[in-house]
Design a protein around this ligand. Structure first.
Ligand SMILES: NC(=O)c1ccc[n+]([C@@H]2O[C@H](COP(=O)([O-])OP(=O)(O)OC[C@H]3O[C@@H](n4cnc5c(N)ncnc54)[C@H](O)[C@@H]3O)[C@@H](O)[C@H]2O)c1
Length: 367
């Protein structure tokens, strides 16, 4: 199997799991890493045996690199991706795709012009849990989907993340930080959204960091931290989604999907595994459905591997820019709806990516 040479830009908290993906997936070869903080790039290279820690500029102009994996903070996702594309490289961004819609559209336009690919996290929808849900829905286990609920309720990130400021700035907040997991799960299960409405608030204007090393510092909050959206899907289901960094306790599920013949309890979409629970109409108890697909452990990077395989074989990749742009558009539209007090019709659409095949060998995304 030929390996695709990958360069990582942004060597912070999440970069380690991507560095591991370089060992886990057969078709990936992480050849270099870079960060504006060169010590971080050097540490990642040393810890994971990545051959070169280089400057961002060197990585972007390295002719030996085919795909840039962009793990920078959301504020610069668009800027770094555009530079990668301008240098003739495919790019795979951490979520969200970009801060603003126009920046994302600029990326997509440039990629089309240069015949390059854009991929984007999350790729958790390719995990064993969500792929099993997809198969159950497609096989008719809950009949015709009618609606759903999603809840991502927490007390925020300043208690555990070493550098939590960006979570309260444009491009983050609970909706833009965690919403992509939920919205990617919903759209890859139920298809595109037709219109949305919603309400959002900032509950605390300042947040105190309690994690090390920045404990005691305060963060000025620039984005809503409690957001509820209502989504009408093109195929008919109506879904509510609440994301919050202001909730200290709750008893709500991650995701449920309600159908004419039963209800599916979908696992946490920020994970790759289960449990997947099904209760069909008339049944008295929930049944745990065994996962039919692999990649139930933390398999971040599977989307990069799938994009590399798709480039090699000329097929569409699954964690693609159309899904990521639609998700970005939904999130902005929920905020727009809250600000203007109306429903917002979606200007974007997508089609559900192909499910993964059953029976994949570990480390592979194709049979
Ligand atoms: N931490 C998590 O658990 C987690 C999980 C999933 C996804 N993500 C996403 O991954 C991305 C990174 O998150 P993180 O937690 O690793 O953040 P982080 O702050 O720990 O790391 C980001 C890194 O990017 C570098 N950087 C910033 N601007 C840069 C630029 N212009 N060029 C090069 N490097 C630059 C920073 O120096 C830093 O090392 C975010 O988009 C986040 O939403 C994070």
């Amino acid at each position: 199997m030929s390996k695709t040479p990958i360069g990582i830009i942004g060597c912070g908290n999440i970069s380690k799991i991507y560095a591991e993906a370089g060992k886990k997936f057969e078709n990936l070869d992480i050849v270099a890493c870079a960060d504006i903080d060169s010590a971080r790039a050097q540490a990642l290279a040393k810890d994971f045996g990545i051959p070169k820690a280089v400057s961002v500029e060197e990585l972007l102009t390295d002719s030996g690199i085919a795909v840039v994996v962009n793990l920078t903070v959301p504020a610069v996702h668009g800027e770094v991706a555009l530079k990668a594309l301008k240098n003739g490289k495919h790019v795979y961004n951490e979520k969200p795709l970009a801060l603003r819609r126009h920046e994302a559209r600029q990326m997509i336009g440039l990629a089309r012009e240069k015949k390059l690919r854009i991929g984007c996290a999350p790729d958790t929808f390719l995990g064993g849990g969500l792929q099993t849900c997809r198969k159950l829905i497609d096989d008719g286990a809950i009949g015709e989907p009618i609606g759903g609920s999603g809840f991502m309720l927490s007390r925020g990130v300043e208690g555990w993340h070493p550098n939590p400021e960006f979570f309260y700035k444009k491009g983050a907040g609970p909706l833009f930080d965690m919403g992509p997991y939920y919205l990617t799960a919903f759209t890859t299960l139920l298809g595109p959204v037709r219109r949305v409405t919603g309400s959002a608030r900032i509950s605390y204007k300042k947040r105190e960091i309690t994690s090390q090393p920045l404990a005691g510092q305060t963060i000025a909050v620039d984005v809503p931290t409690h957001v509820t959206g209502v989504l009408d899907f093109e195929a008919g289901p109506v879904v509510t989604l609440t994301t919050s960094f202001d909730v200290s306790a709750h008893r709500l599920p991650n995701i449920e999907i309600y159908g004419s013949e039963g209800t599916l309890a979908v696992p946490d979409p920020n994970t790759f595994g289960g449990p997947v629970l099904l209760r069909r109409r008339g049944e008295e108890a929930w049944r745990e459905i065994p996962l039919e697909f692999g990649y139930a452990d933390n398999s971040r990077g599977i989307g990069v591997s799938d994009m590399a395989a798709a480039i090699a074989h000329g097929r569409e990749h699954r964690a693609n820019d159309r899904v990521a742009y639609h998700v970005l558009d939904i999130m902005h539209s929920i905020i727009d709806a809250s600000e203007t007090g109306r429903h917002v019709e979606m200007n974007s659409t997508m089609s559900r990516p192909e499910p993964l095949p059953l029976g994949l060998m570990p480390g592979r995304v194709e049979l």
